[in-house]
Ligand binder design. Structure first.
Ligand code: HEC
Ligand code: HEC
Ligand code: HEC
Length: 448
């Protein structure tokens, strides 16, 4: 082919590319059609307004808006300023109080719907997907209306927003439109099958699904990501390393294997503590503004959905007691556990956690039913042992004493031996973690 022909083809390809980019930009910066308001918000009776406001607060709690929109200095829940560090740069939660200057005091309920469900702020401003609109996209219009009523009743906080500090090319905000065109879920949620035949158990699962996947946005941490950082919904809730921690597999089979049942899960979400463990790392903030303050009925629905799963419905109801956990792997015989791992455990850990991992009520956790050693990656285990945990209040009266960090006492070889001892003894995992892997995990944790 001669040069001129090639140039022509190249020009045609470039033009087609530009057209495609243009079309994607338009699609990704449109918020699609907005469902009509569920009620006439300008004509509310005082009682109706009160009802909506109470529901709005429930939505605010279940969606954990305060986790990202509260002030890190004053704690004011709507003031903004919380930093979110991502591989693409740092973003700050915004002021969502009714301040007319700094917050959303001039926003209509339609505006709030577009921001929460579609990631579009007024003035065709694309929000970064760190604001979890990819999860919230299925939120009902009635929930947004209730949230709007509640938000507008809160005191205005006069704190200006902090500009995002994204690295190039992510600093080009309109480029988010291209991501949206590819990754944002379809703007009209698929119509749900008519709930005509729905019985109580079906409704419970449906509510749980909505709370977990939509409002609770649990998949933002627990679902693996694709190469373009979208949630890989084909592997919804299958577990993911994020912010230097492993957010475990929450699918029913994996949960049952780690010894969970609905009652313990309800307790964990309400108080932060259960025989399977205590909330740490990225999970702990979920407790404070969200799960500890949710209605018991909603927590039950979440637990039911997580333990019974998507296909569940009533028909596939799972026995109330979890199946006896099967071994996760071919486990090396106990005798092969390195004697050094046991020596380290007895020397540093058994004083608090017991020789057999039985723990002590109110002062240390039991480790014989703890899930941390059961995860496929030992990342969280290594982190807790190195960094320790501070003394802290959980919720509903539960408190935890401090655990010291052992980074100084444990060279990589001792850490690997200790972790292997715990994984084989209580985790039903292979004891094959090497010192080199430990060093890598420490880098993952510290680079965060
Ligand atoms: C995981 C963190 C996170 C959660 C949870 C979250 N947001 Fe956001 N939100 C953000 C971030 C970060 C931004 C700023 C995004 C940007 O700069 O593009 C934002 C932006 C917004 C904006 C746009 C404000 C403006 O002035 O442009 C609104 C409105 C908003 N969020 C409301 C909410 C509401 C309501 C909830 C709960 C239903 C919520 N957010 C939950 C992180 C979060
Ligand atoms: C001084 C007592 C003490 C010692 C010594 C101690 N721990 Fe702990 N450990 C605790 C307490 C208390 C907690 C819960 C702290 C919290 O949640 O704030 C805890 C939490 C844990 C957890 C977290 C479980 C979860 O659910 O996330 C693991 C794993 C653990 N310890 C392992 C160890 C190992 C291994 C050692 C020895 C290297 C050790 N601990 C030494 C008191 C101790
Ligand atoms: C900001 C990230 C993040 C979000 C959002 C999040 N999680 Fe987690 N979750 C984690 C991490 C990290 C862990 C591991 C540490 C721990 O066990 O506390 C975890 C642990 C858990 C565990 C314990 C599992 C086990 O076997 O030990 C459960 C259950 C859980 N999350 C449920 C949820 C549910 C339900 C939601 C949504 C309402 C949610 N998580 C939202 C990060 C998150």
């Amino acid at each position: 082919m001669d040069k001129r022909k090639l140039t022509k083809i190249a020009a045609a390809v470039a033009a087609a590319g530009a057209l495609l980019l243009g079309a994607m930009y338009i699609a990704g910066s449109s918020s699609g059609s907005v469902p009509p308001a569920s009620v006439d918000l300008s004509q509310l009776s005082p009682e109706h307004k009160q009802q909506l406001s109470e529901r709005g607060l429930q939505v605010f709690r279940a969606a954990d808006c305060a986790a990202c929109h509260s002030s890190p200095t004053t704690g004011a829940e709507l003031a903004g300023g919380m930093a979110m560090v991502t591989p693409m740069g740092t973003l700050y939660g915004t002021n969502i109080s009714p301040s007319k200057e700094h917050g959303i005091g001039n926003w209509s309920a339609d505006d709030l719907y577009r921001a929460v469900a579609r990631g579009m702020a007024p003035g065709r401003k694309n929000l970064y997907p760190a604001m979890p609109y990819a999860s919230y996209h299925d939120i009902t219009r009635a929930d947004v209306d209730a949230l709007w009523v509640w938000l507008q009743q809160q005191p205005a906080v006069e704190v200006p927003n902090r500009a995002a500090e994204m690295h190039f090319p992510f600093s080009i905000r309109p480029a988010v439109a291209l991501w949206n065109a590819l990754e944002r879920p379809a703007s009209q949620p698929a119509p749900k099958a008519a709930p005509a035949a729905a019985n109580e158990a079906d409704l419970l699962i449906e509510r749980g699904r909505y709370l977990v996947n939509t409002l609770g946005h649990c998949g933002e941490c627990h679902t693996p990501r694709t190469a373009s950082f979208a949630m890989d919904l084909k592997q919804s809730l299958a577990g993911n390393v994020i912010e230097g921690a492993y957010a475990p597999d929450l699918r029913p089979e994996a949960m049952a294997q780690r010894g969970w049942n609905e009652g313990d899960l309800l307790r964990f979400m309400r108080t932060g503590l259960s025989p399977q463990g205590v909330m740490t790392m990225g999970m702990f903030p979920v407790l404070e503004h969200s799960s500890s303050q949710m209605d018991e009925a909603d927590l039950k629905a979440m637990a039911a959905y997580l333990m019974r799963g998507d296909k569940a419905g009533a028909a596939a109801a799972v026995p109330a007691v979890a199946a006896k956990p099967e071994p996760l792997q071919d486990v090396a015989p106990q005798t092969q556990v390195s004697a050094n791992g046991q020596r380290v455990y007895l020397g540093l850990c058994a004083g608090c956690h017991g020789v057999d991992g039985q723990g002590q009520p109110h002062s240390s956790l039991r480790l014989d039913s703890n899930t941390t050693a059961m995860f496929p990656t030992p990342l969280n285990l290594v982190r807790v042992i190195r960094e320790g945990l501070t003394e802290r209040d959980l919720a509903h009266g539960e408190r935890m004493q401090a655990m010291p960090g052992f980074a100084q006492q444990l060279p990589d070889q001792d850490m690997a031996d200790l972790v292997n001892y715990m994984r084989v003894r209580w985790g039903r995992q292979k004891g094959d973690v090497t010192p080199a892997q430990v060093a890598d995990l420490i880098k993952t944790a510290e680079s965060h």
